[in-house]
Design a protein around this ligand. Structure first.
Ligand code: 5GP
Ligand code: MN
Ligand code: MN
Length: 472
């Protein structure tokens, strides 16, 4: 795959048949995937063949191989000109995302109680494959309310405060959720998992603000140096997974009827404005709301522990999703277009002044939450005006080792011990689970963030370091 360096942190894959637009990869030389081991650059080119795609098939600096689309991929299709929606462009964990809470407590104040806090969080956070949840819902009305109401429904039920919703992307719930398009099997898998972390890469982490790069913006976000934060990474569990599976299958079957040909079956798609396209988007929105309610309940459980053990409050900084397709309007008055923006392992990053931001974030921009790894650090960023990829940026450090490779690299070592030697407390997770997620499995998050900033996608606000982690 030939890459042309257009400008610092920006590489182009020239359009060649059957691509409809070029590919654009935001990265530094050293962050580019190793073409021998990882086919994600080919995936960028494959995505560029989708009907209705506009401008370019983009990839963020955390790009790595994914199902159909690369993780770190952003692609927008023109809804009014045959643009398609592709479930693989959202991913299996629909609306997987990150929520950050800020404590009215400094690290020095937490230290003496850290063990008790971690024990409490470990007990209060349901995790692992199908091992219980904060809520046990009946399959009928209650789950329906989650699928329609997201975080709003959780707050209505007393699992949070009204202000939380101001600090959620889409104010806690996306419109147009259509539970009728969610299969019985998906409902069954989801009903008993609302308020559960999941496994592997999902986590609840206690952190501290190590460095602030922009004091005014950090203050608007509610962050200051030395402060304790809690970061939660989880998604739509079995429900989202099943919805993706169902619709990939369905679209594979009907693609030909729409005269759509893609170079990879995993790019199965249908026009946004078709029966299948609309059905998927309705089911996907329901899963997005499920994921948001899920993170709301996990946050509530963490708040209860913090309040009991330390007497401190946890205020929501923001909740973002990094696996979603959204119908958005982009461009200026004269030539604005309705686009279906797929962000898969990519985060929306609204610039200052954007009308969708709540009043108290209007001047600061949207908080963008970037987990790095449990052994290194994480970042808080904000959106910038005039950014090149439909107001999107990276979503994490991005994997460089497969889970299997990571386990092999840790053979004979003790991952828990390594973390504890760095003063990072660990709860949950098997030895294998930890080995899969060691920092060496991921790119250097600081290099990823530097490339994203250098490419004009976002700006740094603060860096967070891990103090303790509850792993799924
Ligand atoms: P994904 O959504 O692609 O599974 O993961 C998002 C990002 O989370 C990964 O690219 C990685 O950088 C980061 N990550 C995975 N595990 C942890 C963890 O335990 N702690 C932190 N802070 N980040 C993590
Ligand atoms: Mn996920
Ligand atoms: Mn995720």
């Amino acid at each position: 795959m030939e890459l042309v360096e257009e400008s610092p942190y920006r590489f182009r894959i020239d359009r060649h048949d059957p691509m409809r637009v070029p590919g654009v990869v935001f990265a530094s030389e050293s962050l580019l995937p190793d073409a021998g081991a990882d086919k994600s650059l080919e995936q960028v080119a494959n995505v560029a063949t989708l009907p209705g795609i506009v401008d370019a098939s983009y990839a963020m600096p955390d790009i790595h191989w994914g199902y159909g689309f690369p993780i770190g991929g952003v692609a927008a299709t023109d809804v009014e000109h045959g643009g398609v929606v592709s479930p693989g462009g959202v991913g299996f964990d629909i609306s997987c995302g990150v929520r950050l809470l800020a404590a009215d407590l400094d690290l020095a104040g937490l230290r003496p109680k850290l063990g008790a806090v971690m024990d409490g969080l470990g007990e209060a956070t349901p995790r692992g494959m199908g091992k219980g949840a904060v809520w046990h819902l009946s399959k009928g009305e209650e789950l329906d309310a989650v699928l329609r109401g997201g975080s709003r429904y959780a707050v209505e039920r007393g699992f949070g405060v009204e202000r939380d919703l101001e600090r959620c992307e889409d104010y806690g719930a996306v419109d147009d959720a259509n539970p009728a398009q969610v299969s019985e099997r998906a409902i069954e898998r989801g009903a008993r998992q609302v308020g559960s972390l999941g496994s592997g890469n999902h986590f609840l982490e206690v952190q501290a603000v190590e460095e602030v790069y922009d004091e005014a913006v950090a203050t608007a976000f509610g962050l200051r140096p030395g402060q304790v934060t809690v970061m939660i990474h989880s998604g739509s569990r079995g429900l989202g997974h099943q919805i993706c599976t169902d619709y990939v299958r369905q679209m594979e079957k009907v693609m030909r009827q729409y005269n759509i040909h893609v170079p990879d079956r995993q790019l199965a798609c249908a026009p946004v404005d078709s029966h299948e396209g609309r059905a998927y988007l309705g089911a996907m929105a329901a899963a997005a709301n499920y994921a948001r309610a899920n993170r709301q309940l996990l946050a509530h459980a963490a708040r209860t522990v913090f309040s009991r053990v330390t007497g401190s409050r946890l205020d929501l900084v923001y909740d973002i999703s990094h696996n979603l397709a959204k119908i958005e309007t982009h461009g200026t008055d004269g030539d604005s277009r309705r686009l279906c923006v797929h962000r898969k392992g990519a985060t929306r990053a609204l610039p200052p002044g954007h009308p969708e931001l709540p009043d108290d974030l209007r001047d600061a921009g949207q908080p963008v939450l970037i987990p790095g790894s449990m052994g290194t650090g994480s970042y808080v960023l904000t959106g910038v005006a005039g950014s090149p990829a439909f107001a999107s940026t990276c979503h994490g450090a991005g994997r460089v080792q497969s889970r299997k490779q990571a386990v092999k690299a840790e053979r004979g070592l003790d991952p828990r011990r390594q973390l504890e030697d760095q003063d990072i407390a660990v709860r949950g997770a098997s030895r294998r689970g930890l080995a899969e997620e060691m920092p060496a499995a991921y790119k250097d998050v600081s290099a990823v963030v530097e490339a994203a900033e250098g490419a004009g996608l976002c700006r740094k606000v603060a860096r967070l370091v891990p103090i303790g982690v509850v792993k799924g």
